[in-house]
Design a protein around this ligand. Structure first.
Ligand SMILES: Nc1ncnc2c1ncn2[C@@H]1O[C@H](COP(=O)(O)OP(=O)(O)OP(=O)(O)O)[C@@H](O)[C@H]1O
Ligand SMILES: [Mg+2]
Length: 230
């Protein structure tokens, strides 16, 4: 479903990632593990189109994305939840969530809203409250629900557990399992290997802007756990 080949991302003179190739098959949950600065966000941002790759290619569902805008990639079926649970702080919870499906019609948006409130009752309870007033864990729920609101085929999650208390990690994990049961393909990054390894089937370990190891969760577990303490 997703094929990244020999990707390079540069910020001015800094090479953030180089020679990165990863594949994600339909229905898989694939994990990108790496410490601070390993290049996880640069890779995710190049896939969704927030940063331009200086070399290499990204193909999604057989289509080369190089000429497709960020918005076009979302419409093609890629959902994205950014690092640091970025929400629109002054917008209501409901508007935040539905901004992820703003090109959908009203009926589809109502269906998404009802479905997401079923998974996360907090959305309904706080629907009209500004998202900036919520706790960190609640904001992560909003960011995740926004990424899910367009019923994406591929969900990109950039560090969904970062800075969260265990109770919220459990809730977010539960939501990710829900998406897996729907057949959603997921690519997620994490520094926190332990909870992330429980959700994934395969993974890549990144360091210094390169993929250092890849394999099944069993194959990369030791390296991934060691990376957590770098
Ligand atoms: N906007 C930017 N301008 C310049 N350098 C950047 C920029 N964003 C990232 N970098 C650099 O690119 C490299 C990879 O960063 P990136 O954010 O992709 O890593 P990461 O694995 O997501 O890290 P973290 O776990 O801290 O989120 C780092 O050396 C970082 O300093
Ligand atoms: Mg990052």
């Amino acid at each position: 479903m997703l094929a990244v080949k020999d990707l390079e991302v540069r910020y001015g003179g800094i090479t953030a990632i180089s020679g990165v190739s990863i594949d994600v098959a339909e229905g898989e949950t694939v994990l990108l593990i790496g410490a601070n600065g390993a290049g996880k966000s640069s890779l995710i941002n190049a896939i969704i189109g927030l940063v331009q790759a200086s070399h290499g290619s990204v193909r999604f569902a057989g289509r080369d994305l190089s000429a497709v805008s960020c918005d076009g990639r979302a419409r093609a079926g890629i959902g994205y939840s950014p690092e640091g649970r970025r929400v629109f702080p002054t917008m209501s919870v409901a508007d935040n969530v539905l901004s992820g499906a703003c090109w959908h019609g009203g009926a589809s948006q109502r269906q998404a809203w009802a479905w997401l409130c079923g998974i996360f009752p907090i959305l309904k309870e706080r629907a009209s409250q500004p998202a900036g007033q919520l706790s960190g864990g609640q904001q992560q729920i909003v960011a995740l629900a926004r990424a899910m609101s367009s019923f994406p085929k591929l969900l990109l999650l950039d560090e969904p557990f970062l800075g969260l208390a265990p109770v919220w990690i459990a809730q977010i994990s539960e939501a990710i399992r829900h998406m897996q049961q729907r057949g959603t393909t997921i690519l997620m990054t994490e520094q926190m290997a332990r909870p992330a390894l429980k959700l994934a089937t395969r993974g890549y370990v990144m360091r210094g802007g390169e993929v250092r190891r890849s394999g099944t969760v069993a194959e990369i577990r030791d390296v991934a756990l060691a990376e957590e303490y770098l």
